[in-house]
Design a protein around this ligand. Sequence first.
Ligand code: GLC
Length: 852
Amino acid sequence: MVFFTIECEIKMPDDSYNLPSKFVRPLINMALRFTFPLLNFRRVPRRWDPIGKINSYKVKKNQVIFECQNGFLEIVFINPRIIRIRASPEPLLIHNSWATIEPKSKILLQVSEKGEFYFVKRKKKSSKEPLQVAIRQSDCTITVIRDNEEILHHEVESIAWSRRGSWVRCQKLSPTQEQFVGFGEKTGPLVKNGEQMIFWNSDPTTYGKDDEPLYQSEPIQIAIRKDGTAHGIFYDNPHYSVIKISEGKQGTTDYYSERGPLCYYIFAGPTIKEVIRQITELNGRLPLPPRWVLGYHQCRWSYSPEERVREIAEEFRTRNIPCDSIHLDIDYMDGYRCFTWSPERFPHPQQLLEELKDKGFKTTVIIDPGLKVDHKWPLYRECIEGDHYCKLPNGKPFVAPVWPGKCVFPDFTHPSVRKWWGEKFQELLDVGVEAFWLDMGEPSIFSARRTAPDFVRHNMNGWEGDHRDAHNVYGQGMAIAAREQLNELRKKQRTFIFVRSCYAGIQRYAASWTGDNRSNWIGLQQSIPMIINMGLTGQPFVAADLGGFEDDCTPELLARWYQLGVFYPFCRNHSAAGTANQEPWVFDREIEAIARKYIELRYQLLPYIYYHLWKSSQTGLPIMRPLFMEAPNESNAYDSKWLDTEFFFGKSLLIAPILENIPEGVEVSSREVYLPKGVWFDYWTKEKITGGKTITVEAPLDHLPLFVKAGTVLPMAPVVQHVEKTKKHPLILELFPSKKIRGKVYLDDGYTKDFKDEKYQLLSISGEQKEDSMSLTINSKGKLEDLPTTSNKLLFRIPQEKIPEKVIVNGKSITKRTSKKKNYWQLDQTNKLIEIHCPKPNFPLDITLDFK
Ligand code: GLC
């Protein structure tokens, strides 16, 4: 295999990579557009042999194995709502998944014969079966049925193996019209009907509208019907794969993978929320990150030297722009050697990080997989002496260029390599690093192919394999190494890790971001469907580089990107070296004020976001939600016009950002917003609007169309400069009244793992608004008595439609005056609010407002 480095790469004296100029980079990107597909993309074979007719079958507890003319089919019920189907020309071995954690199943199965079909279902009789499978005896085609009658899909052609090579194939037809969503990190619209997608982790250097594939592989398909029913399929095969979805009314899905066995899981749903719960029951859920992670993150390639980092930190604090973390990109390292600090640029890292900490900043650092070939460097020597590297077929290290020049690559598919590597994080923890950013795990290599060649050997958890087996899970292995060892190294504290490259199931090890997008309107627009689809596939905590990575951001774009970006689950501004700076203050006062306003809004919404983050860790449900998740019975909720441009943030907020620049000759931007049915409040004016219709909203540069569902209790915090400062402030419960009022708050200490022993406060607020009164009940759950991360005070804010005669808290009428220790209420005439102050609340807490 010819292996060559990029022509225009400039060598530094120590052999490390020097960034090509802004003018050369587009040329490299253009060249890669040709070389990349040529060297990576595989042709799906034309000639196939089907699995053939069924000869016999065996039932073993929750598993049935069919022996067919040309292979084997296995059906396993993981639970009544999740089944696994595998097929192979050879007898099936155990399933080695890089994604799933299959629970032990107690289900017993039975096979019955009806006409030309075998039916596989649970032995236990029930009038409705969440799932059962019918298999035609003559050709082994599979039909999946829900609730005993509804066909989810059936195969148009039998499962088959390619005549040449070792590809596997299955082809399904949905009898009902469905929209297909999910599939992880993909460009393009949210709904993927009519698209062909490749699953092969790739670093495209930067990407635009149609670039594909990107850094991650999550072959998880969710079929959603317009009545709100949904089911899912996860093709659990990390090899090079292709999913092709037809455009027609009756959707066919063709799935091909370069190596077998064929393995897929079916999730019964029947709602989109249930499908996500089931996917994450199997593939795991996000470990709750520390609370500060929800703050704003500032990054750039690279803040260097130390003085520049101090300057950035200082700017945030003097300008009163909240920020919780500064990220250090590759230049903090010594010649891009992992786990080191540059003696010239970062001579006193510990001192620097302490100073940052004193100012309320956590430091996040990048780590790449390539280890510089440097015989004087102990880590390189350890890697070689410990036999920890990815190998050539002759056993020698595979060497290829990345940032540090020639590198070897730890074999993260080997358990003992993961342990060795993971322990190295202690060195960074010792210096005071709080969070880790794992990059380049495709693995990205500076060659025309951009990754390792197929012949490179990997351990594959003892199963031995080549790079075709390892490629899509290499980044996953890197994340597992960090997560498992950081769990050991920090037994009490939670650690935040995020990655670029990964496979399905990554959420139980790390969060992620969407790589090197561009500073243009398309970059802004595509972040919505991309992050939503990643959430639907199981990853609830994702960022796109706010402001865009490649190219120069403009003032208008940055303003609009802040308005959207503060609603990304994970909010980080990041840009490439050589592009224009894009910190909040770099343009003018107007843009700075807009950035501040929206970052502050995120900090105000922190208790709301923290509840949803916790919810994601419990149920898998993401905070950034497509319209059909919260409004499943409305046809507009399935229309791409709205799906790709607005979204629910949790259950109660609707975000409709401005995604285009202001047209020439127009004075004020505006957009159409579809407001789902029900009553809504404009967040800014508190004006009531009836939903179920499209409205036009004017949006001058500082305005984001933002709506709150009536009946919401929005838990909020005052603006603080970094998350830990909320400790001095009350928990604000802002009411958006309706007949029925509901809200939830989750609070814990924000950084330890004590919440696992129920050391938290989970508040459920429910209430009613009547003609002459309003009542609220707040129940609490969890072992903590106080309200952690607050001043242990509740502050209710209720719109002042009428002035109460009496306010009663737990049966006692409270006074309308200030006394810091006791409950009291007052009118905030400026904001037209009734405020009820409850220091040291005892739960359950009952509040009645009497307006008679
Ligand atoms: C990759 C990352 C980017 C980072 C750069 C330098 O391109 O995607 O975020 O800034 O490498 O480390």
